[in-house]
Design a protein around this ligand. Sequence first.
Ligand code: SF4
Ligand code: SF4
Length: 62
Amino acid sequence: MPAFTIDQSVCTFCAGCSSVCPRQAVMIRDDCAEITDACTGCGHCFQFCPVSAVTRVEGDAP
Ligand code: SF4
Ligand code: SF4
């Protein structure tokens, strides 16, 4: 499960997070942006997003 998710109501679909992702784990289509299972949780998209649409997924703590 990806460690980050994208809030569709905040995202502007600028595709910047996709361009900084080393794993091509962000899929962007028209009005939908999604982080796939290819995500390693590096956080680059989280740090990059200009509108803070990328949020950390809780619940996987040991
Ligand atoms: S950088 Fe932020 S606003 Fe841009 S596509 Fe990614 S999640 Fe959406
Ligand atoms: S956390 Fe890293 S690997 Fe996962 S989608 Fe963001 S930039 Fe890509």
